[in-house]
Design a binder for this molecule. Structure first.
Ligand code: NAD
Ligand code: ZN
Ligand code: ZN
Length: 345
């Protein structure tokens, strides 16, 4: 089968021919219908040797939807032909967190050579994906594959980040989304669907602001030196109750701190490598709270799928054949992609 393999750190992944996996034990083989391309894939590709615990080579692709096509003799809980989305964070499978469906916060994370499908283990930018067990699958019924695949990371991560802030986002509050790409445009929709907050969006690209608008943002603005002031004015002059940063650079963290009201909360999702200094006294707002949400739980993935099936979530996608993955990766890298790029085998 065809697969997009990462064979050397810092080198573009190459399409290759590999053997189609055969499911053993409780394993399930999924015929891939669509796999999303995430900016995290670029962070992985660009990784310095030793920066990530993953062993090369492996197949990329951590956002996957498809159809169950073969079952190991011990597989249980899913039937051949069933359409599913794959829960991508794969932990040890046996600690308390994994048992509760929170592989994203596996207690043995630091000892594993992988973080999930396509992240140190063979992923779904391929014709088939082998999954350890049916517990990593959520049924999608008739949801189109290019809608379903991005739910498993862009949707789930955004949903989990919003869930952590929801208590602060009642009537009359303001949420700011920085970076309206694959994750950010779904975060805007999830904020609209599941909180009462006003939603303000920031990006460096006009087309991303148009996407924020289509996604239901109340206001969008370009990243400029006076953006904190503009956003504060839009929050009724008090500042934001919560900021979701899908970029995570020094510039966006500074904006986040500059726009939060006292007691405000910041969720940093983007892996942009910026840092904040904690000091008292210092520049952080009084009562400031910070979280670093990573992906989400299996239970939340089922909730995201239900939200999408209800019509409250619509992923804007750009489709490429798997054979054109190198071009799609270049386009995302250059800032030319809008919404989520989806690869179709
Ligand atoms: P993306 O490229 O689709 O979107 C990023 C958006 O940010 C783009 O619209 C871009 O124009 C905008 N942007 C870039 N620089 C900006 C700036 N200085 N100010 C404002 N906007 C700016 O990327 P994505 O796939 O949505 O991923 C977003 C980030 O989240 C990446 O760093 C990715 O690695 C990370 N991520 C984290 C998790 C997690 O669990 N924590 C999961 C998935 C992705
Ligand atoms: Zn991702
Ligand atoms: Zn675990």
């Amino acid at each position: 089968m065809k697969a997009l393999r990462l064979t050397a750190w810092g080198e573009a992944p190459a399409p290759a021919e590999v053997e189609r996996p055969v499911p053993h034990g409780a394993e399930v083989l999924v015929e891939v219908e669509a796999a999303g391309l995430c900016r995290s894939d670029l962070h992985v590709i660009d990784g310095a040797p030793g920066a990530l615990p993953y062993r090369l080579p492996f197949t990329l692709g951590h956002e996957v939807a498809g159809r169950v096509t073969a079952l190991g003799p011990g597989a249980d809980g899913v039937g051949i032909g069933e359409r599913v989305v794959v829960y991508g964070p794969w932990g040890c499978g046996s600690c308390a967190r994994c048992a509760a469906g929170s592989d994203n916060y596996c207690d043995r994370r630091d000892t594993l050579a992988w973080h999930g499908a396509g992240l140190g283990r063979d992923g779904g930018m391929a014709e088939y994906l082998l999954v350890a067990s049916a517990r990593q699958l959520v049924p999608i019924a008739d949801l189109p594959a290019d809608q379903a695949a991005p739910l498993s990371d862009a949707g789930l991560t955004s949903y989990h980040a919003v869930a952590g802030l929801r208590h602060a986002l009642g009537e009359g509050t303001t949420a700011v989304v920085i970076g309206v790409g694959g994750l950010g445009h779904l975060a805007v929709q999830i904020l609209r669907a599941t909180t009462a907050s006003r939603v303000l969006a920031v990006d460096v690209r006009e087309d991303a602001l148009a996407l924020a608008d289509r996604s239901g943002a109340d206001f969008g603005t370009l990243m400029r030196p006076d953006t904190a002031r503009v956003l504060r004015a839009r929050s009724g002059d008090v500042g934001a109750d919560a900021v979701l940063d899908f970029v995570g650079t020094a510039q966006t963290l500074e904006l986040a701190v500059g726009v939060l009201r006292p007691g405000g909360e910041l969720a940093v999702v983007g892996s942009g490598g910026g840092s904040l200094t904690v000091s008292k006294p210092g520049v952080l707002p009084a009562g400031f709270r910070l979280s670093l949400p990573f992906w989400g739980t299996r239970h939340e993935l089922a909730e995201v799928v239900a939200l999408a099936r209800s019509g409250a979530l619509r992923v804007e996608t750009e489709r490429f054949p798997l054979s054109a993955a190198p071009e799609a990766i270049d386009r995302l890298r250059r800032g030319g992609a809008s919404g989520r790029t989806v690869l179709v085998p």
